[in-house]
Design a protein around this ligand. Structure first.
Ligand SMILES: [Zn+2]
Length: 178
């Protein structure tokens, strides 16, 4: 019997490449496992995950507007929709769109430096609506990342969230397995 013979259907766990030591945890182009990653990326486009993602981006801000800014909820909703403009930072990335790339920490306006700035905007009455929109946008993107990670371990290992986790563990003097 040949050792070469393996199909993704027989070994579901093998469908996502493992990142080897010194591998590509920070690489811009993660290795594509045979079938797995691409199949998941294709399936994702028409999945519940995509529905939830865009539902959170476009529909849920109505709830936030009604709850937090009831007197000006329509304006608040439009302002929150406008904060979607931070996704323009994807234009700087190559490829511009990668359904499995975690945007958190990756793109400049989704970076770990931007998040505290958005949190500060929350303190100023004039920028509160924008801040809620921005932070909720990042929350929505985080949900999408975690959903991806649950299906694609490689996506987790390639994410900036994983890199940040390792940096924090190093700072705390904890063991980092790379
Ligand atoms: Zn985003």
């Amino acid at each position: 019997m040949s050792k070469q013979k393996r199909s993704p259907a027989d070994r579901p766990d093998s469908s996502f490449a493992k990142v080897t030591p010194g591998g590509t945890a920070r690489g811009a182009t993660p290795p594509v496992a045979p079938g797995g990653r691409r199949q998941y990326a294709t399936a994702k486009l028409s999945s519940a995950q995509t529905l939830v993602h865009y539902g959170l981006h476009f529909v849920f801000p109505v709830v936030l507007a009604l709850v937090f800014f009831p007197l000006v909820w329509q304006t608040a909703y439009l302002v929150m929709l406008a904060t979607m403009a931070i996704d323009l930072d994807h234009l700087l990335a190559k490829p511009i769109f990668d359904p499995l790339r975690c945007s958190i920490g990756y793109h400049p306006l989704h970076s770990f430096y931007a998040i505290p700035v958005y949190a500060l905007l929350l303190l100023l009455p004039a920028t509160q609506i924008v801040a809620v929109g921005l932070l909720f946008h990042l929350f929505t993107d985080t949900v999408d990342c975690l959903w991806n990670f649950s299906h694609c371990h490689e996506c987790y290992l390639n994410s900036r969230i994983y890199a940040l986790r390792n940096r924090v563990r190093k700072l705390l003097g904890r063991e980092v397995i790379e």
